[in-house]
Design a protein around this ligand. Structure first.
Ligand code: ZN
Length: 337
């Protein structure tokens, strides 16, 4: 027999308890607590689980959370941790309450949490009869899917402010990278910019200072790594995200790895950038290769890619329309063939 505590409209415990089997008889103005937990990995991806096809409600649908009712004596946070462990086998490093929604019809107050986890991604344990599969999803793809899948669409309003802010943060930092890149261009350098963010604070910024004539490498990400080395602890760096206006080259990837930063968000992708180079981008599993060397790195993007491509109009200090730059490179490519 499952027993719940009852709460009033203001979220105060009333001292009354209620049996689950009589949930529909809970008096008006009284609520029981339900927890909904969205799981976010340290690399930024979200956990989705596939509901068993035998389930009465929404069989075979993707859902994005663990959750259930709080038992008598259990605080919302304790309930969230228990449900998360039972349904996924995962332990939260951090739980963040992002909103409370009261549903008078079902007499439930839904506490929506984000659980931050830092587990091996294949360590999810499915619960028999409940879930049959799982996958981790990039924030931008997740944001698209959450509006389409029926179960996710119910969860969406609860998490929308959080997800929208997350996406807007990416865009906010990327716009700053683009400013840095244009700034570098106007000084006569190549148009690239990068910055490091920890807990919503920009720790450091850098521009490109490459000089071909002098043989100076000077990539923005490399300069950023140089500025941050020996200044921030491994813990802070591991928790930080490096934003860069363009997907990093191999030398910079290694520099970022040596700094110990695991999360990288880029503006312009390798594919789009290759339109401005004589060669096509070769698809390489960079995360996988680094992973084999024991280096954890998550490369996410593109973010505001169209805007990022226009940044290259300031390449070397002399403004030229993007169309012209691409056409010129197309000619170079044609001559090669
Ligand atoms: Zn580089």
């Amino acid at each position: 027999m499952e027993i719940w505590d009852l709460y009033d409209e203001q979220g105060n415990k009333t001292g009354e308890t209620w049996e689950r089997s009589r949930a529909y008889e809970i008096p008006e103005g009284r609520y029981h607590i339900v927890c909904d937990v969205l799981v976010r990995h340290q690399d930024g991806s979200f956990l989705l689980t596939l509901r068993d096809s035998q389930k009465e409600m929404y069989p075979g649908c993707w859902e994005a959370s663990a959750g259930g009712s709080a038992l008598a004596g259990e605080a919302p946070e304790e309930c969230a941790r228990r449900e998360l462990l039972e349904e996924t086998g995962l332990k939260a490093e951090k739980l963040e309450l992002i909103g409370i929604t009261r549903k008078p019809a079902t007499r439930s107050a839904v506490y929506a949490f984000i659980a931050s986890v830092d587990c091996a991604k294949d360590s999810v344990r499915l619960q028999e009869g409940e879930t049959v599969d799982y996958r981790w999803m990039e924030p931008s793809a997740f944001l698209r899917l959450i509006r389409e899948e029926p179960v996710l669409a119910i969860q969406y309003p609860r998490y929308k402010p959080y997800l929208v802010k997350l996406n807007m943060d990416h865009e906010k930092y990327m716009k700053r990278c683009y400013e840095l890149a244009v700034q570098a261009g106007k000084k006569g350098f190549d148009t690239f910019g990068a910055l490091l963010v920890h807990n919503g604070e920009i720790l450091e910024e850098a521009e490109n200072t490459a000089d071909w004539n002098k043989g100076l490498f000077g990539h923005a990400e490399f300069n950023l790594v140089h500025k941050c080395a020996n200044r921030f602890s491994d813990t802070i760096l591991k928790e930080s995200t490096l934003y860069t206006s363009c997907a990093p080259c191999e030398r910079c990837l290694c520099a970022i790895a040596s700094l110990g930063v695991e999360n990288v968000v880029f503006g312009v992708s390798y594919e789009a950038f290759s339109k401005l180079t004589p060669n096509d981008a070769v698809p390489v599993d960079r995360e996988g290769l680094l992973g084999k060397l024991g280096v954890r790195m998550k490369l996410a993007g593109p973010v505001l890619e169209d805007e990022g491509m226009h940044v290259f109009e300031w390449w070397g200090g002399e403004y030229r329309p993007l169309k012209e730059l691409i056409a010129e490179m197309a000619e170079v490519r044609a001559k090669k063939e």
